[in-house]
Design a protein around this ligand. Structure first.
Ligand SMILES: NC(=O)c1ccc[n+]([C@@H]2O[C@H](COP(=O)([O-])OP(=O)(O)OC[C@H]3O[C@@H](n4cnc5c(N)ncnc54)[C@H](O)[C@@H]3O)[C@@H](O)[C@H]2O)c1
Ligand SMILES: [Zn+2]
Ligand SMILES: [Zn+2]
Length: 376
């Protein structure tokens, strides 16, 4: 029997999240139905609201950073049973495609369906409907801004039951993306100087990752003073409100050479931001671009090709911080249990589903590192 539930949808973009009654379809083969415990409010769902990330189907149920308890399992879902605790990965991993098989499951071919919102194997079939029968998509195939959701088992990672679900959910996007941007994508090494631009739910974890990897200087940049204060708590050694000051400082501690790595995690990332990071890194330095902006913008990155070639610099995009969901989510949770990864401290404020709009307003006002919706 399909389950009646409630969830926050976007009817068109630009728009606002609206909480409506939904019906969550029964899990089919390879699917599980989950009762959400918590969902983080990542900036990527705000890109859905502004239209910076256009999706193929409206209405779309938002949310892609969730954790909960399995209510029902479809056939062919080995390893899952009712009562299991799961974290969703915003990137599904099939385990079989070229990318999964070569250790890059963050590029799994199933990702092609993330902004369609339908079943990955059937673009005409949706797992949410409204009372009038309207098909509703699921952001990243998840739609975690709903009390109950049915998802592909490829999007879920089973976790220990003693890990609190409100913090566990953060590993499915924010922590994996930020921590991985430093540790795995940028391969930060002991003694390095690293600049992180933009200290939200992603950037704070890039700070935490760079500190964990042993960087000597973890330089956080954000125009909001509260973000810089939090960055220091997560291991930033220096903080600045502008990239110009950060760049100057990085040069002052590297004999004028510049930062070894720069990681861009700005809420609405533009080519100009990437160019600033590019100018701040040394010869053969690496820029990791994790932040997203208007993904239809074709205007590019205003950098000198000469500087790129002659200084052998690198600019690299990163999805989920080059992390592999099915191994790295469990690794991060293990580090949390060992006291080596901060998760509790990431949650600035908890909201009810009906307060979702307030949550995003607080994010824009610079009040939250991460706002998290808690379900009953
Ligand atoms: N690549 C991926 O896999 C991936 C995954 C998740 C999120 N993202 C993207 O990462 C970005 C960050 O997400 P978030 O949830 O942390 O957002 P957020 O809104 O919580 O944080 C963004 C921060 O950027 C700061 N900022 C704005 N302009 C700045 C500037 N010029 N210099 C320095 N800082 C500036 C803001 O003050 C804010 O603190 C978003 O674009 C999001 O879509 C990417
Ligand atoms: Zn996200
Ligand atoms: Zn795959």
């Amino acid at each position: 029997m399909p389950v009646k539930t409630r969830g926050a949808i976007m009817r068109s973009a630009p728009g606002k999240f609206e909480v409506v009654d939904l019906v969550s379809d029964d899990p089919r083969s390879g699917e599980i139905q989950v009762k959400l415990a918590a969902s983080g409010m990542c900036h990527s769902d705000d890109h859905l609201a502004t239209g910076d990330i256009p999706v193929a189907h409206y209405p779309m149920a938002g949310g892609h950073e969730g954790a909960g308890v399995v209510m029902k399992v479809g056939e062919n879902t080995p390893g899952f049973e009712e009562g299991d605790h799961v974290v969703f990965s915003f990137l599904p991993a099939c385990g079989k495609c070229r990318w999964c098989a070569s250790g890059m499951s963050y590029l799994c071919d199933l990702g092609a369906g993330l902004l369609v919102g339908a079943r990955f194997d059937d673009p005409e079939s949706f797992r949410f409907t409204m009372a009038d029968g309207t098909a509703v998509g699921q952001m990243c195939g998840l739609g975690t801004f709903a009390e109950v959701t049915t998802v592909s088992a490829d999007s879920a990672v089973k976790i220990d039951k003693d890990i609190p679900l409100d913090v566990a959910c953060l590993t499915g996007c924010g922590v994996g993306t930020g921590w991985g941007s430093s540790v795995t994508a940028a391969k930060v090494e002991p003694g390095e100087t690293v600049i992180i631009m933009g200290i939200g739910g992603i950037g704070i974890n890039a700070v935490q990752g760079a500190a964990h990897a042993g960087a000597s200087h973890v330089i956080a940049v954000d125009p909001v003073a509260f973000k810089l204060e939090k960055a220091r708590e997560f291991g930033a050694t220096e903080t600045f409100s502008s990239i110009e000051e950060a760049n100057e400082f990085a040069k002052s501690v590297t004999n004028g050479q510049g930062a070894d790595k720069a990681i861009v995690t700005i809420g609405v990332t533009t080519g100009a931001h990437v160019a600033q990071a590019f100018q701040a890194v040394r010869k053969a330095g690496v820029v990791i671009v994790t932040g997203l902006g208007d993904i239809t913008d074709q205007s590019g990155i205003p950098i000198s090709v000469g500087e790129l070639t002659l200084f052998a610099k690198e600019i690299k995009g990163a999805l989920f911080g080059d992390s592999n969901p099915h191994t790295d989510i469990l690794k991060m949770l293990r580090l949390y249990q060992e006291g080596k990864l901060k998760l509790d401290e990431l949650i600035t404020k908890r909201y009810k589903l009906d307060e979702i709009q307030q949550g995003y307003e607080d994010m824009h006002a610079g009040k939250n590192i991460r706002g998290v919706i808690i379900y009953d």
